[in-house]
Design a protein around this ligand. Sequence first.
Ligand code: SME
Length: 190
Amino acid sequence: MSSRSINKTTPQRTPAKKARTKKAATRRVATPENNVKGKLYASLVVQLLSLLKGEHDFIANTANFSALLFNSLPNVNWAGFYFLQGDELVLGPFQGNPACVRIPMGQGVCGVAAQQCETIIVPNVHEFPGHIACDVASNSEIVVPLFDGERLLGVLDLDSPTIGRFDDQDAEGLNELVTVFVAHEEGIGP
Ligand code: SME
Protein backbone atom coordinates (compact mmCIF):
# COMPACT_ATOMS: atom_id res chain seq x y z
CA MET A 1 0.00 0.00 0.00
CA SER A 2 1.25 3.46 -0.79
CA SER A 3 1.89 6.29 1.58
CA ARG A 4 -1.17 8.29 2.55
CA SER A 5 0.57 11.61 2.07
CA ILE A 6 -1.16 14.00 -0.31
CA ASN A 7 0.58 14.16 -3.67
CA LYS A 8 0.56 17.66 -5.18
CA THR A 9 -1.05 16.25 -8.31
CA THR A 10 -3.72 14.34 -6.40
CA PRO A 11 -7.08 15.50 -7.68
CA GLN A 12 -9.00 17.38 -5.03
CA ARG A 13 -12.74 17.46 -4.89
CA THR A 14 -14.16 20.93 -4.98
CA PRO A 15 -17.53 21.67 -3.39
CA ALA A 16 -18.88 22.46 -6.85
CA LYS A 17 -18.07 18.94 -8.01
CA LYS A 18 -19.63 17.17 -5.05
CA ALA A 19 -22.31 14.66 -6.00
CA ARG A 20 -22.01 15.43 -9.70
CA THR A 21 -22.87 12.67 -12.09
CA LYS A 22 -21.84 12.90 -15.73
CA LYS A 23 -25.12 12.22 -17.44
CA ALA A 24 -27.95 14.33 -18.69
CA ALA A 25 -30.27 15.21 -15.83
CA THR A 26 -33.39 13.11 -15.87
CA ARG A 27 -36.52 13.63 -13.87
CA ARG A 28 -37.11 10.74 -11.47
CA VAL A 29 -40.51 9.15 -11.89
CA ALA A 30 -41.55 6.90 -9.01
CA THR A 31 -42.32 3.47 -10.41
CA PRO A 32 -42.58 0.11 -8.67
CA GLU A 33 -39.31 -0.82 -10.38
CA ASN A 34 -37.19 2.05 -9.05
CA ASN A 35 -38.83 1.71 -5.66
CA VAL A 36 -37.46 -1.84 -5.58
CA LYS A 37 -34.02 -0.49 -6.46
CA GLY A 38 -34.26 2.18 -3.75
CA LYS A 39 -35.17 -0.46 -1.17
CA LEU A 40 -32.28 -2.65 -2.33
CA TYR A 41 -29.76 0.19 -1.82
CA ALA A 42 -31.29 1.03 1.58
CA SER A 43 -30.84 -2.61 2.56
CA LEU A 44 -27.25 -2.60 1.26
CA VAL A 45 -26.42 0.36 3.53
CA VAL A 46 -27.64 -1.66 6.53
CA GLN A 47 -25.71 -4.76 5.40
CA LEU A 48 -22.54 -2.76 4.74
CA LEU A 49 -22.67 -1.15 8.19
CA SER A 50 -23.09 -4.60 9.69
CA LEU A 51 -20.05 -5.92 7.77
CA LEU A 52 -17.93 -2.93 8.83
CA LYS A 53 -18.94 -2.97 12.49
CA GLY A 54 -15.87 -3.19 14.71
CA GLU A 55 -13.50 -3.74 11.78
CA HIS A 56 -11.10 -1.12 10.38
CA ASP A 57 -8.82 -3.15 8.15
CA PHE A 58 -9.06 -1.33 4.82
CA ILE A 59 -8.34 -4.34 2.59
CA ALA A 60 -10.73 -6.63 4.47
CA ASN A 61 -13.47 -4.01 4.38
CA THR A 62 -13.08 -3.14 0.68
CA ALA A 63 -13.02 -6.89 -0.10
CA ASN A 64 -16.28 -7.45 1.77
CA PHE A 65 -17.79 -4.30 0.26
CA SER A 66 -17.08 -5.53 -3.29
CA ALA A 67 -18.43 -9.02 -2.46
CA LEU A 68 -21.62 -7.49 -1.03
CA LEU A 69 -22.22 -5.48 -4.22
CA PHE A 70 -21.31 -8.32 -6.58
CA ASN A 71 -23.62 -10.79 -4.85
CA SER A 72 -26.54 -8.41 -4.18
CA LEU A 73 -26.89 -6.31 -7.32
CA PRO A 74 -28.50 -8.04 -10.31
CA ASN A 75 -26.76 -8.18 -13.71
CA VAL A 76 -23.31 -7.24 -12.46
CA ASN A 77 -20.28 -9.18 -13.74
CA TRP A 78 -17.55 -7.14 -12.01
CA ALA A 79 -17.48 -5.02 -8.85
CA GLY A 80 -14.38 -3.66 -7.21
CA PHE A 81 -11.93 -0.93 -6.44
CA TYR A 82 -9.00 0.88 -8.01
CA PHE A 83 -6.87 3.00 -5.66
CA LEU A 84 -4.84 6.06 -6.57
CA GLN A 85 -1.07 5.57 -6.38
CA GLY A 86 0.87 8.51 -7.77
CA ASP A 87 -0.68 9.32 -11.13
CA GLU A 88 -2.31 5.96 -11.78
CA LEU A 89 -5.08 3.77 -10.42
CA VAL A 90 -4.06 0.35 -9.13
CA LEU A 91 -6.39 -2.63 -8.82
CA GLY A 92 -7.75 -3.28 -5.33
CA PRO A 93 -10.15 -5.87 -3.91
CA PHE A 94 -12.81 -6.97 -6.40
CA GLN A 95 -15.19 -9.74 -7.46
CA GLY A 96 -15.32 -10.94 -11.05
CA ASN A 97 -12.81 -11.92 -13.71
CA PRO A 98 -9.16 -10.90 -13.36
CA ALA A 99 -8.79 -7.27 -14.47
CA CYS A 100 -6.14 -4.86 -15.72
CA VAL A 101 -3.93 -3.83 -12.80
CA ARG A 102 -2.93 -0.24 -13.65
CA ILE A 103 -5.02 2.51 -15.24
CA PRO A 104 -3.37 5.91 -15.89
CA MET A 105 -5.33 8.96 -14.73
CA GLY A 106 -7.57 10.21 -17.52
CA GLN A 107 -7.69 6.85 -19.30
CA GLY A 108 -10.62 4.46 -19.49
CA VAL A 109 -13.86 5.10 -17.66
CA CYS A 110 -12.11 4.72 -14.30
CA GLY A 111 -9.31 7.15 -15.15
CA VAL A 112 -11.73 9.76 -16.47
CA ALA A 113 -14.01 9.48 -13.40
CA ALA A 114 -10.96 9.81 -11.14
CA GLN A 115 -9.54 12.77 -13.05
CA GLN A 116 -12.87 14.59 -13.18
CA CYS A 117 -13.79 13.60 -9.62
CA GLU A 118 -17.28 12.64 -10.65
CA THR A 119 -19.49 9.61 -11.07
CA ILE A 120 -19.69 8.39 -14.65
CA ILE A 121 -22.47 6.19 -16.03
CA VAL A 122 -21.67 4.53 -19.36
CA PRO A 123 -24.79 2.94 -20.90
CA ASN A 124 -22.74 1.29 -23.67
CA VAL A 125 -19.02 0.85 -23.05
CA HIS A 126 -18.40 0.21 -26.77
CA GLU A 127 -19.34 3.84 -27.43
CA PHE A 128 -17.04 5.29 -24.73
CA PRO A 129 -13.79 6.54 -26.31
CA GLY A 130 -10.84 4.87 -24.61
CA HIS A 131 -12.87 2.34 -22.64
CA ILE A 132 -10.56 -0.35 -21.23
CA ALA A 133 -12.08 -3.80 -21.79
CA CYS A 134 -11.18 -6.18 -18.96
CA ASP A 135 -14.08 -8.58 -19.43
CA VAL A 136 -15.56 -9.14 -22.89
CA ALA A 137 -18.93 -9.73 -21.21
CA SER A 138 -19.12 -6.09 -20.01
CA ASN A 139 -21.48 -3.82 -21.94
CA SER A 140 -22.24 -1.05 -19.44
CA GLU A 141 -20.39 0.44 -16.51
CA ILE A 142 -20.60 2.87 -13.60
CA VAL A 143 -17.60 4.39 -11.82
CA VAL A 144 -17.89 6.25 -8.51
CA PRO A 145 -14.94 8.17 -7.04
CA LEU A 146 -14.02 7.68 -3.38
CA PHE A 147 -12.81 10.58 -1.27
CA ASP A 148 -11.22 10.87 2.14
CA GLY A 149 -12.40 14.40 2.85
CA GLU A 150 -11.25 16.27 -0.26
CA ARG A 151 -8.54 13.77 -1.20
CA LEU A 152 -9.26 11.25 -3.96
CA LEU A 153 -8.64 7.70 -2.71
CA GLY A 154 -9.66 5.87 -5.88
CA VAL A 155 -12.79 4.60 -7.57
CA LEU A 156 -15.48 1.97 -7.18
CA ASP A 157 -16.16 0.30 -10.54
CA LEU A 158 -19.12 -1.88 -11.53
CA ASP A 159 -19.63 -3.61 -14.90
CA SER A 160 -22.70 -5.25 -16.35
CA PRO A 161 -23.36 -7.45 -19.37
CA THR A 162 -26.63 -5.51 -19.87
CA ILE A 163 -26.64 -2.35 -21.98
CA GLY A 164 -27.99 0.59 -19.95
CA ARG A 165 -27.88 -1.38 -16.68
CA PHE A 166 -26.96 1.63 -14.49
CA ASP A 167 -29.05 4.75 -13.95
CA ASP A 168 -29.21 7.79 -11.69
CA GLN A 169 -30.65 5.69 -8.88
CA ASP A 170 -27.62 3.39 -9.00
CA ALA A 171 -25.38 6.48 -8.95
CA GLU A 172 -27.23 7.80 -5.90
CA GLY A 173 -27.25 4.44 -4.12
CA LEU A 174 -23.58 3.70 -4.79
CA ASN A 175 -22.55 7.23 -3.76
CA GLU A 176 -24.42 6.77 -0.50
CA LEU A 177 -22.68 3.43 0.07
CA VAL A 178 -19.19 4.84 -0.56
CA THR A 179 -19.99 7.81 1.69
CA VAL A 180 -21.02 5.43 4.49
CA PHE A 181 -17.90 3.35 3.84
CA VAL A 182 -15.44 6.26 3.87
CA ALA A 183 -17.06 7.75 6.99
CA HIS A 184 -16.37 4.45 8.72
CA GLU A 185 -12.83 4.22 7.34
CA GLU A 186 -11.93 7.92 7.69
CA GLY A 187 -8.27 8.46 8.33
CA ILE A 188 -7.26 4.97 7.24
CA GLY A 189 -7.29 4.58 3.45
CA PRO A 190 -4.99 2.50 1.26
N1 SME B 1 -13.52 -0.70 -17.95
C1 SME B 1 -12.66 0.00 -17.06
C2 SME B 1 -11.46 -0.83 -16.69
C3 SME B 1 -11.65 -1.64 -15.47
S1 SME B 1 -12.60 -3.01 -15.70
O1 SME B 1 -13.91 -2.66 -16.18
C4 SME B 1 -12.66 -3.93 -14.34
C5 SME B 1 -12.24 1.31 -17.65
O2 SME B 1 -12.49 1.60 -18.82
O3 SME B 1 -11.60 2.11 -16.93
